[in-house]
Design a protein around this ligand. Structure first.
Ligand code: ARG
Length: 283
């Protein structure tokens, strides 16, 4: 899987995302090593950065739905963690930390009100798309910090896809989407240092042609990237990665997400992909 060539022509496909305005965004507690409540956050700048991300997605032809932010839930802007939505089924998150637990109810309600998706709440800790990445017909599932390995069977059963568990070992990369990004149907990029030796071997055997990214780009949340198969939205400081993606035929789009980074997040954390049901197979 995942061979890239310099002459490859990359094709974008349009997506539907759910996002949450950072109206109540703040760093009030520390549940990952990036969060320091004594460091100030600029409330106007974070809104500007989030609007620029939303604007960039709309300009690329993607659809963006909005969920109302809830006062007292400063991390709710990270919509990726709300659920995993695939083929019209939503598995709503069960958060590891009590500070984020009430977000589940808000995402569950939004998904139920929407009507045409089947909704279930995860039994074990399961932080949605933060730890679940869909590629090549499977779900890559991180565990070690947030999502419990015990949740993978439920995810596979409910979403009807094989789940490949990957062990995260570096606390700076506490969600899978900080350590690995899906670029297109079958190509990924990742920083091997975030994974256990067994998971590294697994990734290598599944994706022998994956882009292996430098730690320096990973620490700037370069892997917290949103790709539509052609355009790759990633944080500005991950510039060497942007150059590499360009040489692989992708179009990198750099975004300043400095305020979100103070909570340990980047562009991809702010979007939950709403994957529609597969159209019925033709006879
Ligand atoms: N402060 C949030 C937390 O620690 C950041 C979540 C980032 N989300 C993500 N999908 N990686 O939970």
């Amino acid at each position: 899987m995942g061979r890239t060539t310099i002459s490859a022509v990359r094709t974008a496909s349009s997506r539907r995302f759910l996002m949450c305005r950072p109206t109540y965004f703040a760093v009030e507690y520390a549940i990952n090593p990036w969060m320091d409540p004594s460091r100030p956050v600029d409330p106007l700048l974070v809104v500007e950065q989030w609007e620029a991300l939303r604007g960039a997605l709309l300009e690329l032809g993607h659809a963006v739905d909005l969920i109302d932010p809830v006062p007292g839930l400063p991390d709710m802007v990270f919509a990726a963690n709300g659920a995993t939505v695939l083929d019209g089924r939503a598995l709503v998150a069960t958060f590891r930390h009590p500070q984020r637990a009430p977000e589940s109810g808000a995402y569950e309600k939004w998904l139920r009100d929407r009507g045409h998706v089947e909704v279930r709440c995860a039994e074990h800790p399961n932080e949605g798309e933060g730890d679940h990445l869909v590629v090549a017909g499977v779900v890559l599932a991180g565990h070690g910090f947030r999502t419990a390995a015990a949740s993978h069977a439920e995810t596979a059963d409910y979403l009807g896809r094989p789940v490949i568990g990957l062990t995260l070992v570096d606390p700076r990369f506490y969600h899978l989407d900080t350590a690995l990004a899906v670029l297109d149907e079958e190509q990924i990029m990742y920083w091997p240092g975030a994974f256990s030796p067994a998971s590294r071997r697994r990734l290598h055997s599944l994706f022998p042609h994956a882009l292996r990214v430098e730690e320096q780009d990973a620490v700037h949340f370069g892997l917290n990237a949103i790709s539509d198969g052609r355009h790759v939205l990633l944080p500005t400081p991950a510039c060497s990665l942007a150059g590499r993606l360009a040489s692989e035929g992708y179009e990198p789009i750099a975004l300043d997400v400095s305020e979100l980074a103070k909570a340990g997040g980047g562009p991809k954390c702010c979007v939950l992909q709403l994957r529609q049901p597969e159209p019925p197979a033709r006879p």
